[in-house]
Design a protein around this ligand. Structure first.
Ligand code: F6P
Length: 532
């Protein structure tokens, strides 16, 4: 009887596991599922994405031209979407060999080695780029939206450039969409707050979504922007505005309520302004997950040997060098750890990969100096022989190079002082097919809302952070495995294909007002007449 009961039990468990796997597989979003879903939802419409950052940048290295993928969460997330539907991505051409590698219109097929969609580059003059990108976007809106205690700078000249560049992108988009009826437009981020309204004015039949990749602050904080009404009005040209988390949606609606004449529909999370409805929704962005193939453990080079003969522990940080990422804070946590637990001396290396970012802005130059000096100061305090606790690699690393480090790191530190989502956290999890490694994650990053099995910390508290590192390094393998397994299930299920699928489904389902459809028909007729 006992044997029968045991084997019945085993059979039941196997059946349950099989059902779970089947359900998980059914639930999983893949590039193919996204493609099929988009095909059915888009009903023949074409997808256009607009961002400032381009997915592929060409630059000269001596006489040859190299192509690189910039360090950008937005690029990481959007690329699979464009690949899945052969869309058109409009972005600023920033590489010094970008013109040579595109046609006269600035178009080229990408990815270069396996073309799947079209990139249309837009050229900006130096003054335009300075005022629009470095000025209003990154010295104004970026610090305005991130609570990281860097004061925003608002200059009227920057604002004029910002308006002009939004107009310029609207012109290019209008040209690209000319032959398309009821196109779908995904506007990306705080560089293009004015674009949704500009598009809708020209193409009322377009369905327009604006996805805001960074946080949205409370109304009082946002209210210091001298052009807050214009920014909000531009955004409300969109049919759909997306943020990563519900809290940012709430802040946005409260800001609109506070600053503009409009009706807020709290029940449906929408704004009604001049009879145009804008839905506001959270869409937590993610990574591809399945595309992260692992190198078998035996093939991995022992990376840490570069810095210490017998390394026991490797900690990792991967960021653009930005004051919102909390890089000095994490260095000070390593210092605190070595003060409190000197046994880690000569055993732990913390590797910080820091891609230089926005280096024309003084605050970023100052931060780079601070990061270098903090690393040096801490290394001077603790170094012995060839060993030093902090290795700061101040350069951009390719996706593949970073994967190697993700797979070796015993812990990954994501200590953002404020962050919309933070895709490094999810990339680290996706890379850990061995179900080892510990994620230490700031509670001020949007990712902490989904990844409850990380060690969630306050990055301003050096003691708490140091103790989290100690806990990560002394965590039993089984606990690491259980936590990592649960986090991997979350990221696998909520991957970037689901993000895109949900965003596009919500956008495609928007019903155009009768006047908007009529405009589409008139446009199509005019187009047909033109081509007769
Ligand atoms: O994710 C937020 C974001 O500002 C993206 O818009 C941008 O591509 C990324 O960070 C990197 O910043 P930048 O494009 O200024 O280098």
């Amino acid at each position: 009887m006992t044997r029968i009961a045991t084997s019945l039990n085993a059979a039941r468990q196997a059946a349950e596991e099989e059902a779970r796997l089947r359900e998980a597989a059914l639930n999983r979003w893949t590039p193919e599922r996204l493609r099929v879903s988009m095909e059915s939802k888009m009903n023949g419409s074409r997808l256009f994405a607009v961002s400032n950052r381009e997915p592929y940048e060409h630059s000269y290295h001596g006489n040859s031209i190299a192509c690189s993928v910039p360090a950008s969460g937005l690029v990481t997330a959007l690329e699979p979407v464009l690949r899945a539907c052969d869309g058109i991505w409009i972005a600023q051409g920033t590489g010094d060999a970008d013109r040579e590698t595109a046609d006269e219109q600035g178009r080229l097929r990408v990815p270069p080695d396996h073309p799947q969609y079209t990139l249309r580059r837009v050229w900006l003059g130096k003054g335009e780029a300075d005022g629009f990108y470095f000025g209003f976007a990154n010295e104004g809106l970026w610090p305005l939206c991130h609570i990281a205690h860097t004061r925003p700078v608002f200059r009227a000249a920057d604002w004029e450039h910002y308006r002009a560049v939004n107009q310029k992108f609207a012109d290019v988009l209008e040209q690209e969409m000319e032959a398309e009826k009821e196109p779908l437009v995904l506007v990306q981020d705080y560089h293009f707050a004015l674009l949704p309204r500009l598009i809708k004015e020209r193409r009322p039949d377009a369905r327009v979504a604006l996805f805001w990749h960074i946080p949205w602050p409370n109304p009082e904080a946002f209210g210091i922007c001298p052009w807050q009404a214009e920014v909000l009005d531009g955004m409300l040209g969109a049919d759909l505005v997306g943020f990563h988390i519900q809290a940012h949606c709430n802040n946005f609606l409260e800001t609109v309520d506070y600053a503009l004449e409009s009706r807020i529909d709290w029940e449906h999370f929408a704004v009604n302004r001049h009879e145009q409805i804008t839905k506001v929704r959270p869409f937590p962005i993610s990574v591809a997950f399945s595309e992260n193939g692992a190198t078998p453990a035996s093939d991995r080079p022992p990376l840490t040997r570069q810095w210490v003969e017998e390394p026991l522990y490797l900690g990792l940080g991967v960021d653009r060098v930005d004051y919102t990422k909390g890089i000095p804070e994490r260095f000070r946590a390593i210092e605190r750890l070595l003060d409190v637990h000197p046994a880690y001396s000569e055993k732990l290396v913390f590797l910080q990969i820091g891609a230089p970012s926005r280096t024309r802005i003084k605050r970023y130059q100052d931060l780079m100096t601070e990061v270098e000096q903090e690393a040096e100061r801490i290394n001077r305090r603790f170094r012995t022989g060839a060993w030093k606790p902090i290795v700061f690699l101040n350069q951009h690393h390719s996706h593949d190079a970073v994967q190697q480090y993700y797979r070796e790191a015993d812990f990954c530190l994501v200590t953002s002082l404020h962050d919309g989502m933070n895709l490094v956290a999810k990339e680290y999890i996706a890379a850990r097919q061995d179900e080892q490694g510990v994620l230490i994650l700031s509670r001020f990053a949007g990712a902490s809302h989904e990844l409850a099995d990380a060690l969630v910390v306050n990055p301003y508290d050096a003691d708490e952070l140091a103790e989290a590192i100690h806990r990560a390094l002394s965590m039993p393998a089984e606990e690491k495995r259980a936590r990592m397994r649960r986090m991997r299930a979350v990221v696998e299920e909520h991957n970037v294909y689901r993000w895109a699928g949900n965003l596009i489904a919500e956008l495609a389902a928007i019903r155009l007002q009768p006047a908007q459809s009529a405009a589409a028909d008139a446009g199509a007729l005019a187009h047909a007449a033109g081509s007769l």
